[in-house]
Design a protein around this ligand. Structure first.
Ligand SMILES: *[C@@H]1O[C@H](CO)[C@@H](O)[C@H](O)[C@H]1NC(C)=O
Length: 433
């Protein structure tokens, strides 16, 4: 009897313990455009199955805004609607009953990188109460038509100006120029946009709560939170997903490679270019920690090393633009997790990379190949390995955050090409939560 009771009690404790950890959220982004990659990079919907056992939320990327009507719209009508991808994804809830599936609007995907109108339409929608109402009503019926559980606002705001690489003289000149022309002021109506965005989120919440729909915010990289997000919006949001990465990218910083995704501040860098600062912006302004989700990238940023880059690989480094594209993602400056992994395990001396870990867990890991007579192609790769992803998840757990996000599933090793282990980044992070 006593033994039975002992077992019952410990079983209870065990279940209770699991229940507590299961409360930590794992938000998984899914970028549907990955279905257009070819060969081993192509992401079929069926690959989601191996990930979803670890995910509490799936965020379908991306929807857009119709510039003429201000309504929420599918960005890829053929895939999303004609081929019923929206429906197929939301149907997954039958097999994964606890899963919440949100549709994300924006995300830097609604328009091309160089398009001036890309951000403008997001700001103009904010500026009119009528347009905001139109958008909210359209989102409401859109989500219900396709069976989504909520809307994720990956709202597109103007990005901060990238730091220029500067020597002493030009540094002095630039600070003078900044004082004269106000170079850093990218949006004169930023204060109004901040208030209007708060109104949009508040009204969305009021509309959605009657329908049982959720609202989340994805804080996009290089959007200045102080400028655009009034921390009081947290009360209207179910989740605030902080995309604390891409502080340096080969597009923004083509001449100088640096840690894109540090967890803590790095010596001699801007105080706000790290995940810890971005998370604390919200928590120190009163956001309940259990609403804050720390996003971890599954991809790498790469730069091309030259003769001027030196031999140690330690950033900041003089570089020359984007690193060569990989075989699956075919995008200069970007590599997926399996593409990095394949390079690291390549035994051919010509392709040999030097790998540098990060025992401090502060700045992230990198790998590189210098330029010499044998290797005309130098590359510097900053990425997330299973240890650094684990460090970020541990940080989220220790700080009592709501959980972590993986951005995104299609750039993790979804086929298990590298070690046979499917979704190594997602798994490593989940394990430490
Ligand atoms: C963000 O905005 C604040 C307030 O205007 C400013 O002090 C800070 O330097 C800005 N950060 C960046 C990265 O531009």
């Amino acid at each position: 009897m006593g033994v039975l009771r002992y077992f019952t009690v410990s079983l209870f404790l065990l279940c209770n313990y699991n229940f507590v950890t299961a409360d930590n959220k794992v938000v998984c982004y899914y970028d549907s455009s990955a279905s257009y990659r070819t060969g081993q990079g192509k992401f079929e919907l069926s690959f989601l199955d191996n990930a979803l056992q670890f995910c509490s939320h799936l965020i379908y990327g991306y929807a857009g805004i119709d510039e003429k009507t201000n309504k929420l719209k599918a960005l890829d009508e053929v895939l999303d609607l004609n081929q019923h991808n929206y429906q197929k994804v939301t149907d997954l809830k039958r097999r994964f009953p606890g899963l919440k599936i949100f549709l994300s609007v924006g995300g830097g995907k609604d328009g091309t990188y160089d398009d001036d109108r890309k951000v403008a339409k997001y700001l103009e929608l904010l500026e009119s109460a009528d347009k905001r109402t139109t958008f909210i009503n359209s989102a409401d019926s859109f989500l219900r038509t396709y069976g989504f559980d909520g809307l994720d606002l990956s709202w597109e705001f103007p990005e901060t100006k990238p730091k220029k690489k500067r020597g002493k003289i030009s540094g002095w000149f630039n600070s003078l120029k900044k004082k004269i022309v106000g170079e850093d002021e990218v949006d004169e109506k930023a204060g109004e946009h901040k208030e209007e965005f708060t109104a949009l989120v508040r009204d969305l919440k009021n509309k959605f709560k009657h329908e049982g729909l959720s609202v989340s915010l994805s804080v996009l990289p290089n959007v200045n939170s102080t400028v655009y997000y009034d921390p009081t919006i947290a009360q209207y949001l179910d989740l605030i997903i902080v995309k604390a990465f891409d502080f340096h990218t080969p597009k923004r910083n083509p001449k100088e490679a640096d840690y894109p995704t540090p967890l803590f501040s790095v010596f001699d860098r801007r105080f706000d270019e790290n995940a810890d600062y971005q998370v604390r912006y919200w928590s120190e302004h009163g956001t309940p920690r259990n609403k804050i989700i720390l996003a971890i990238p599954s991809f790498a940023r790469t730069w091309k090393m030259t003769e001027d880059s030196g031999l140690t690989g330690v950033p900041p480094l003089t570089v020359e633009g984007e690193g060569l594209e990989g075989p699956y993602t075919k995008t200069p400056g970007l590599l997926s997790h399996p593409e990095v992994c394949n390079k690291l395990t390549n035994i051919d001396i010509k392709h040999k990379l030097v790998k540098t870990g990060d025992p401090t867990g502060r700045h992230g890991v990198f790998a590189y190949r210098t330029v010499d007579n044998n290797n005309p192609e130098g590359i510097w790769i900053a990425y997330e390995d299973v240890d650094s992803a684990g460090s970020k998840a541990s940080y989220a757990r220790e700080r009592g955050l709501g959980g972590i996000a993986i951005d995104d599933l299609t750039l993790d090793d979804f086929r298990g090409l590298c070690s046979g282990n499917k979704y190594p980044v997602l798994r490593a992070a989940r394990l430490k939560l």
